[in-house]
Design a protein around this ligand. Sequence first.
Ligand code: NAD
Ligand code: GDD
Length: 330
Amino acid sequence: MVDRVDVLVTGAGGFIGGHLTADLLRQGYSVRAVDKKPLDEWSQIAPAADSRVLDVSLLEHAREAVAGSTTVYNLAADMGGMGFIERHKAECMLSVLISTHVLMAAHEFDVERYFYSSSACVYAAGHQTSPDVVPLREEDAYPADAEDGYGWEKLFSERMCRHYLEDFGVETRVARFHNVYGPIGTWTGGREKAPAAICRKVATAVLTGDHSIDIWGDGNQTRSFMYIDDCVAGSQLILRGDDPRPVNLGSAELVSINGLVDIVEKIAGVELERRYDLSAPQGVRGRSSDNTEIVARYGWEPSITLLDGMTRTYEWVHEQVTRSMQTAGV
Ligand code: NAD
Ligand code: GDD
């Protein structure tokens, strides 16, 4: 006898999966939350969810996860910021086992909707060579020249979604997330992305009194960063929508990394000496989201400003840094 749930979230012990699970439960859906990490390492655990530790890169575990669910959000992946994806390309590509097995199980158990979290890393490098970047449109993924390792896995898995729809009728939906940040995200350990890393470095400077900060690259590279609440809301819109073609889910607010540091310094009320590490991983020179397509489809786009989102994120990261310094007896 298989328990029935409205929604399966894979990667639910991670950043976006944890927030999505909490939001779905708030709306009254029944949720099965699955991650391969032991429960005490999940970023958040929802008592009302059916939480299970499963490695969905294994077909049998993917089948157990999917069985009885009406809708699937497949967010599980081995991933991180530039510091991780530039040095762990094979591990990133092995996420293809997750994408494949969860999709196979979704087909076998005839789920009504399947959501795949792709990435802006699918876009061809040639469109991202200048900080003054032209925002990326969905068609810019082809001719393909994705981010090495991680981006190619995402592009392949997007295509597999398309073919599962065309050949087998699985109602797949694909969002290309642009750099997502917010509270309860990875902020240390090597997988953290620039927003959390910069909050951590500024909070550490404030708390230790060492008023300097290391920045990867020359600080002129640009990105757009999407606050977690916009990501959670947009993912659900895209899942429910009619259009199966991959669509950007990202902020259109372009900022340089130096500009991001300016914002965090303003929030923290400090000014730091900046040291630039040109040997650190940097990724593309510029990247932002063209939101014409998401607005045309759903009349909506991410709108939480970087200042608002970073204010909430800095507060949370500051708490984590404070706690870890207390634990270490600093
Ligand atoms: P995250 O690392 O916080 O969460 C991913 C979770 O997947 C982790 O908890 C991990 O333990 C779990 N996982 C990995 N392998 C698994 C397996 N075999 N079985 C079960 N669970 C497994 O990452 P996130 O930021 O929450 O990202 C969620 C999804 O969104 C990922 O697919 C990621 O590639 C995509 N994405 C995220 C961003 C971003 O900026 N956060 C940007 C683009 C795309
Ligand atoms: N991580 C990190 N840590 N990046 C820093 C730091 C730091 O301390 N200082 C400066 N940066 C710079 C990086 O060198 C890079 O140029 C830029 O900030 C953004 O880095 P990340 O946030 O780590 O990643 P990204 O934007 O290049 O790529 C991320 O977003 C994609 C989606 O848009 C990654 O998380 C990808 O996995 C994701 O798919």
